[in-house]
Write a protein that binds this ligand. Structure first.
Ligand SMILES: Nc1nc2c(ncn2[C@@H]2O[C@H](COP(=O)(O)OP(=O)(O)OP(=O)(O)O)[C@@H](O)[C@H]2O)c(=O)[nH]1
Length: 307
């Protein structure tokens, strides 16, 4: 016979009456199997947040164990797809029928992809921070997918200033009007031929998209590929010298202010039919100064994300 135990959540009165927008738990450690379109299933170590709203102003509290146990069941018996995540929200609501009519779960994890080098054909792992949020409100489930893509940005202004110094060095080196091509080639191949270099830096594009519908799978790979293909200079995994030379060429041919990167990302996201809304933040961790160059933009739909 189960011994009697006091149940504050049922017996105690709220110290102060009032509804609450979200009550739940964060930093829940949750091993998951992620099923993403065109990618093999992947085991990840996620951190979860689980919330319901508290509609009853007099209720002492929600039932946290019920949220936790729904997530635990999900972790042990389901792969992460839009439909299985929506079913977790159903369980959150049904286990709090008199207290809540809204629910939210957020999963944060590193998603590993094998990425091919630029020319040598080698491959290596890259980890992409991913966040998936499912929210149930007014009988509707809204799914959001966030990724962060790391790339290299080379400053166009700094490149123009460096070119001017190279021109000046050339002018000082070659005072004759008639110049032997071999002499020039030799000079260009020396450190003097690149007497100045533009500043470039590791940069991160943070993107959050609202998914149009409950597809059978999340499509993490497509979003990452779209961003990296548009930015052209994602950081590399395996790099041989031929890859490094190609990377140098790509940086030289894709000089970017943070505004340029933001407009590129906004353009490519506007081309995607799977996303009803998006938010983006470009962060250039400038090597020129101690602060960062940042651009932020949203799709600009009514009732959508705000910058
Ligand atoms: N609502 C709420 N519960 C908390 C909090 N901190 C700890 N808890 C504990 O969360 C535990 C789980 O709550 P319940 O899910 O109601 O646990 P339970 O009563 O054994 O389970 P049920 O019989 O399903 O209600 C309880 O022991 C609470 O005391 C808090 O800030 N708010």
């Amino acid at each position: 016979m189960q011994k009697f135990m006091p149940d504050i959540a049922h017996s105690a009165e709220a110290l102060q009456e009032g509804t609450l927008d979200w009550v739940g738990m964060s930093q829940i450690e949750l091993p998951l199997v992620v099923s993403s379109k065109d990618s093999p299933e992947q085991h990840v170590s996620a951190l979860a947040e689980a919330f319901v709203n508290l509609n009853d102003p007099q209720a002492k509290g929600i039932h946290m164990s019920r949220l936790y146990l729904a997530l635990d069941e999900f972790s042990n018996h389901q792969t992460l797809t839009p439909k299985t995540l929506a079913s977790v929200l159903d369980q959150f609501i049904s286990s709090h029928h008199s207290l809540s009519d809204q629910a939210q779960v957020t999963l944060k994890f590193d998603y590993h992809l094998r990425r091919r080098s630029l020319l040598s054909g080698k491959t290596g792992w890259k980890a992409y921070p991913v966040e998936i949020t499912a929210t149930y409100k007014e009988q509707t489930v809204v799914l959001e997918l966030s990724v962060a893509v790391t790339y290299s940005s080379t400053c166009p202004c700094s490149a123009a200033l460096a070119r001017q110094l190279i021109q000046q060095a050339f002018d000082q080196q070659f005072t004759e009007q008639a110049i032997e091509k071999d002499q020039v080639m030799q000079w260009l191949g020396s450190t003097q031929g690149i007497v100045a270099t533009p500043h470039s830096q590791r940069s991160i594009a943070q993107v959050k998209v609202k998914l149009n519908q409950l597809d059978s799978h999340f499509d993490i790979l497509s979003l990452i590929d779209a961003l990296e293909n548009e930015l052209k200079t994602p950081v590399q995994a395996a790099v041989k010298r031929e890859d490094e030379q190609e990377f140098a060429r790509l940086n030289g041919q894709n000089l970017m202010f943070c505004e340029d990167a933001a407009r590129k990302v906004k353009h490519i996201l506007n081309q995607q039919s799977d996303y009803s809304d998006f938010w983006l933040r470009i962060n250039h961790y400038e090597s020129l100064h101690a602060h960062d160059a940042v651009s932020i933009a949203v799709k600009g739909v009514a009732m959508g994300y705000t910058a």
